[in-house]
Write a protein that binds this ligand. Structure first.
Ligand code: GDP
Ligand code: GDP
Length: 454
């Protein structure tokens, strides 16, 4: 369960849901130390990611939601990975390539006090070929004097260098204006709203069987590569017909390409996973059941939870399980899904095809839950009964009351409770359990928000 106490304002009336889906993506690219992270922090401002303490899970979030002049977009920070000195240019160029595939707009950051280095030139060449809109930030222009240095970056052949100081905020508004201008007109095509296919992200650490599963699914049924999305060399998504419906599997280009045996490969993988999740409605997380569940698996599950997408967990390579492994597996699974006991589970073998046909019904159920809307009257009747049976625990001598409840949005379902005081965590968990017992939501996260009226 995610809790937010005074986050977003409740829309007047019910909104149409789906407000987290399909924001345009801006990737921040550049060599180490040019100020990418500083710039990202400045852009997201106080909307810093909420960091929770999750035992055993390292948080290495790379995408953030940003908002400038009312326009929302997803910011991908490619700065979290520090490549070694050897072969740096090639690796950064590769990072730029990945970012260019994923993003709608590239924010290329160069250190104006250093000028264009060989690495910057190499990245620039990659970006030019990608054909995506580029905003060139000449960073570390802390005062007017330094603006001259920024002008030298015209030599990169990427258009006007925009002088900015990420550290002090100088001209960062102008930079963001330029980013907005480069964004695609509408938030990127939302195919489902026009009756288009629903979007599935197939995620999991390397070698869990993503491409095997994709092949299995694609072989039995009809596959179309999506010509629309293929602005770069590889088609980005594939449309696969399953169970009489067409589904959009996002970023299959990233799945079909063999995992890079590179330093920083984990970081790329994380970035790709995040980006695929951003574009999806439901995630199928593949976990290798034949081997111990790893930190990387847990991290990916965490990413899905944080993305707010519906989730199906497929335990793959079931054909390899022996008695002993089976014995330990259930415990490990419980641990892996402790934060998301609601996730739907399927045990499959991409090799033999075992249970693969159960995936689609699971995906459909999860999506249905994700889009569920509970009418306000029904919700309040539910709460009246719940409170009568189990009132919120007294806190500081007062008993908080739940005055009114409403579902603010769907995808995922978000509920807002208007209360006269703070509700304890344990009580909120109790509410979530009861909501699930009553209304289902299998395969979907739900969000509870309190609005405290003193
Ligand atoms: P990244 O590796 O590209 O993410 O770079 P960081 O954001 O970590 O910044 C690298 C260093 O440059 C840090 O010491 C920052 O404080 C510094 N820095 C970043 N932006 C500016 C700036 O606008 N002006 C100055 N003077 N220093 C900056
Ligand atoms: P990806 O990196 O996640 O795309 O994983 P691949 O699809 O490339 O699979 C990695 C390896 O696991 C390959 O050798 C596959 O043949 C093997 N593999 C995938 N699924 C299964 C399965 O269900 N059972 C068995 N025994 N092997 C599998």
């Amino acid at each position: 369960m995610t809790e937010e106490y005074d986050g977003w304002d409740i829309p007047a009336g019910d909104d149409d849901g789906g407000d987290d889906v399909q924001l345009p993506v801006v990737a921040v690219v550049g060599r180490p130390n040019v100020g990418k992270s500083t710039l990202v922090n400045r852009i997201i401002g106080r909307r810093e990611a909420v960091v929770e303490d999750v035992p055993g899970v390292t948080r290495d979030r790379v995408t953030y939601e940003a908002n400038w002049r009312g326009r929302r977009f997803t910011l991908v920070d490619t700065g979290g990975w520090d490549p070694g000195a050897s072969g740096m240019a090639a690796r950064i160029a590769e990072q730029a390539q990945v970012a260019a595939e994923l993003a709608d707009v590239i924010l290329f950051v160069v250190d104006a006090t250093v000028g264009a280095t060989d690495v910057d030139e190499a990245v620039g060449a990659v970006l030019r070929r990608a054909g995506k809109p580029i905003v060139l930030a000449a960073n570390k222009v802390d005062d007017q004097r330094a603006e001259l240095e920024a002008a030298s970056l015209w030599s990169l052949g990427l258009g006007e260098p925009l002088p900015v100081s990420a550290l002090h905020g100088r001209a960062s508004g102008d930079l963001l204006d330029a980013v907005l201008e480069a964004l695609p007109e509408a938030p990127s095509e939302d195919t489902r709203r026009e009756g288009g296919p629903r979007r599935v992200a197939l995620v999991g650490k390397p070698n869990v069987g993503k491409s095997s599963l994709l092949n299995k699914l694609a072989r039995s049924e009809r596959v179309l590569v999506d010509p629309m999305a293929g602005t770069t060399r590889d088609p980005v998504d594939e449309l696969i017909e399953l169970g009489g419906k067409t589904w959009r599997f996002v970023d299959t280009a990233g799945i079909r390409r063999r995992a890079r045996e590179l330093q920083g490969a984990d970081f790329y993988a994380g970035m790709r996973t995040q980006a695929a999740l951003e574009r999806s409605e439901v995630a199928v997380v593949l976990i290798d059941a034949a081997e111990s569940i790893t930190e990387q698996d847990l991290r990916i599950v965490s990413m899905v939870i944080e993305s707010g997408r519906a989730m199906v967990v497929a335990f793959n390579k079931w054909d390899l399980l022996d008695e002993e492994r089976r014995f330990y597996l259930e415990r490990e699974i419980e641990r892996a899904l402790v934060r998301a006991p609601w996730a739907l589970r399927v045990n499959i073998s991409a090799r033999t095809g075992r249970n693969v046909e159960k995936l689609v019904p699971a995906i459909e159920t999860a999506l249905e839950s994700w889009s569920t809307r509970v009418p306000t009257a029904k919700l309040n009747a539910f709460f009246t009964e719940l409170i009568a049976a189990t009132p919120p625990p007294v806190r500081g001598g007062k008993q908080p009351k739940i005055l009114f409840a409403t579902q603010a949005s769907t995808e995922p379902p978000k509920f807002v409770l208007f209360t006269s005081g703070f509700l304890e965590e344990s009580y909120r968990r109790f509410i979530e359990r009861r909501l699930r017992e009553e209304f289902g939501f299998a395969g979907s996260p739900i969000v509870l928000t309190m609005k405290i009226r003193e």
